[in-house]
Design a protein around this ligand. Sequence first.
Ligand SMILES: Nc1ncnc2c1ncn2[C@@H]1O[C@H](COP(=O)(O)OP(=O)(O)O)[C@@H](O)[C@H]1O
Ligand SMILES: [Mg+2]
Length: 252
Amino acid sequence: MANEKGGTGKSTTAVHIGVALALAGHRTALIDLDHRQRTSTRYLENRWLHAQRHGLTLPAPDVAVVADGEQGEEELALRLSQASSLDFIVIDSPGRDSVLARAALAQADTLVTPINDSFVDFDLIGDVDGETFAVKKPSFYAELVWEARTRRAREQGRPMDWVVLRNRLSALDARNKQRMSVALDSLAKRIGFRVLPGLSERVIYREFFPRGLTLLDRAALIEFSLSHVAARNELRALITGLNLPGGVELAA
Ligand SMILES: Nc1ncnc2c1ncn2[C@@H]1O[C@H](COP(=O)(O)OP(=O)(O)O)[C@@H](O)[C@H]1O
Ligand SMILES: [Mg+2]
């Protein structure tokens, strides 16, 4: 999960994907590179406490915080070199440029970039004309990804699947949504990413945090009622849409 902007839902998405993979029985680790906020770590700590308190079994990825600095770089490299004992590693990057975020980017099979449906967020990947909303050129983050992908293809002979998630979509904003669709589709063709709908804007995603629950947990359904079936379906569609290497079988 990466882009250089805070508040786009990287950590929320990282935890939901990590837990979904663990629930599906995959050996999964989550590496939290945002060593100051530690949102995904805190989320999973809350999950563990909630499970203890209520005698629940709540599968979760193993989580480790890796901090900036030389030691951190070594630790990240070590953890990634041990990847063969795992099925998936989910990496949650901070909303800023960092050496570790770039190192993680270089290794990613799938890069997930959540953006809010806002031209302020879009500006990281593309520069849009103020009159026509046409994309004039890719911006700095798209260029960074482009370089990482090119180097990866050259050095490792492996492609990187780049998925831009339209996160926190609301039912309102029809005009802005339409303009974002046009801009995203045009940039997607130009620089080669896929666009997927992410998690729509729902209070439930904020309420879950203190208990560390996700939409795929049965415990969450009991507590938060069945009205969230639509939200569960959107999460399942997201994970299926990511088309992760090796495939993921989500339980019913
Ligand atoms: N789909 C969503 N619906 C509602 N609130 C969300 C959603 N996704 C994230 N949030 C909220 O938005 C804020 C930023 O999310 P977070 O996952 O921490 O983003 P990032 O890691 O990119 O900074 C948090 O308050 C989080 O609870
Ligand atoms: Mg975060």
